[in-house]
Design a protein around this ligand. Structure first.
Ligand code: SDX
Length: 431
């Protein structure tokens, strides 16, 4: 393929085709192949979409080589240090940091949407107590379309706005109630005098038998964890939400699809899998055994919380998370946490091993998050629900951007067919 100033030339079966090349504000140029099949009668082939842009977007940009993550242009480390989750939600949804009055109005709106329809409690009661909270969240979020009919018409901008606010506001309640149901403790209702992170902690950890004081260290750490997971370009679960939305499905059903995709251990389920891996390794002296297993082509074991499709340098979220882990454990007086010791030694040994450095495998967002969440009192089964809670604003922001795009059409990939060609039915007595 040769490239002129704004086009690329593709030669197929001896014939040349001119394809437009679009330049981004940041990142690689893209070759526009939308007319390729019509002009040349061929498909492109890219399982896993390693070289394929599915859309254009203005929300989040990742520079994998630099290890840079920008939300509407603002670096994640600055947002984690100086902003807070609901302000980041506003930024992702509306494109700019809010002025004080706009932020106050937004926070009040979210706060006043945190309660669930009272009948949704019966959904929880249909699950076994040992149901994974992600199974409950997929079911309850999908069921929201049966309770919030007045915000399912995606053609109505006002209803899209209301659905966005409801999803962001209610996810902490949904996740907390999944945890409470699992423990057999009564549901705790949200309180309007608490901030987003404090409300979530109180709904998870308070019991009617005594007063619950939110620890400001924990609520600040919780809020930062929400921010670090808020959005991440066209990752698997966001792409799932976009594809589901492209058929015109309602936002609750689309976010439920995103939750289901996030659950996988290769994606958002890696935080739970990583902590379980650290538990299994158990001590620093067993690290070489597991590093060898991760390098062994015949062993399916991989270092959970390591590697990334886009980052070929440190995941900037992991860097902030690692600092936060040190702070939170220190402030909580948890010294010599064995899992943190193993995690740090594992990171050091892996990054001294050519297998990982040559493949550019670094810790990702899931490598340290579980250590903080466990120190805060969460069971490993709640790690991915917390990721889903945080990522809801990303899913919703990307969904709103897509729905408002006049070019938006149903997503329908093609395939490289390798099956049987046309053949006649054979009666059973002749087989
Ligand atoms: C998230 O997309 C996003 O943005 C996701 C996310 C978000 O915020 O939405 O960042 C959140 O999902 C983070 C990733 C969490 N998953 C894990 O930590 C699970 C462990 N990591 C991997 O399974 C893997 O690294 C992926 C899934 C994250 C990325 O896989 P890719 O891009 O498809 O890369 P690959 O599987 O082709 O791996 C390339 C090579 C392979 O070796 P070769 O076949 O080339 O010899 O690197 C090896 C892999 O075997 N490899 C690993 C490894 N990850 C990749 N080897 C050991 N341990 C690992 N963790």
């Amino acid at each position: 393929m040769t490239e002129s100033n704004k086009t690329a030339t593709l030669t197929i079966h001896g014939k040349e085709y001119e394809l437009p090349v679009h330049s981004p504000t940041a990142g690689p140029d893209v070759v526009d192949i939308r007319k390729l099949y019509g002009q040349a009668g061929v498909f492109t082939y890219d399982p896993g979409f390693t070289s394929t842009a599915s859309c254009d977007s203005t929300i989040t940009y990742i520079d994998g080589d630099k290890g840079e993550l920008l939300h509407r242009g603002y670096p994640i480390d600055q947002l984690a240090a100086k902003s807070h989750f609901l302000e980041v939600c506003y930024l992702l949804l509306y494109g700019e940091l809010p002025e004080a009055k706009a932020l106050e109005t937004f926070e009040t709106t979210i706060t006043r949407h945190t309660m669930l329809h009272e009948q949704m409690q019966y959904f929880y009661r249909g699950f076994r107590r040992d149901a994974h909270p992600m199974a409950i969240m997929v079911g309850v979020v999908g069921a929201m379309s049966a309770f919030y009919h007045d915000s399912t018409d995606i053609a109505d901008p006002h209803q899209r706005e209301v659905a966005s606010h409801r999803l962001i506001a209610k996810m902490p309640t949904i996740a907390a109630w999944a945890y409470k149901y699992h423990t057999g403790q009564p549901f705790v209702y949200p309180r309007n005098d608490l901030d987003y992170a404090s409300n979530f902690l109180r709904m998870c950890f308070s019991v009617p038998a005594e007063e619950y004081e939110v620890n400001p260290i924990l609520s600040r750490a919780m809020d930062r964890i929400f921010t670090l997971h808020a959005d991440h370009e066209q990752n698997a679960s966001t792409s799932t939400v976009r594809l589901a939305s492209s058929s015109g499905a309602n936002p609750f059903a689309c976010v439920a699809a995103g939750i289901a995709c996030l659950w996988g251990p290769a994606h958002g389920g890696a935080n739970q899998a990583c902590l379980e891996m650290l538990e299994e390794i158990g001590s620093v002296d067993r690290i070489p055994e597991y590093i060898n297993r991760a390098k062994d082509k015949d062993d399916p074991f991989r270092l959970m919380g390591f590697g990334h499709r886009v980052y070929k340098n440190f995941d900037p979220r992991a860097t902030v998370m690692k600092q936060s882990a040190d702070e939170v454990l220190d402030l909580l007086g948890i010294e010599n946490n064995p899992k943190l010791q193993v995690a740090k030694a594992l990171e050091k040994q892996a990054l001294e091993d050519p297998y990982f450095t040559e493949k550019k495998l670094f810790p990702n967002v899931d490598f340290y998050s579980g250590i903080i969440l466990e120190a805060m009192g969460f069971p490993t089964s709640m790690f991915t629900p917390i990721f889903a809670l945080s990522r809801t604003v990303g899913w919703v922001s990307q969904w709103k951007e897509m729905i408002a795009d006049p070019q938006n059409k149903i997503g329908r990939p093609r395939q490289l067919y390798l099956g049987e060609t046309n053949r006649d039915y054979v009666d059973i007595e002749k087989r």
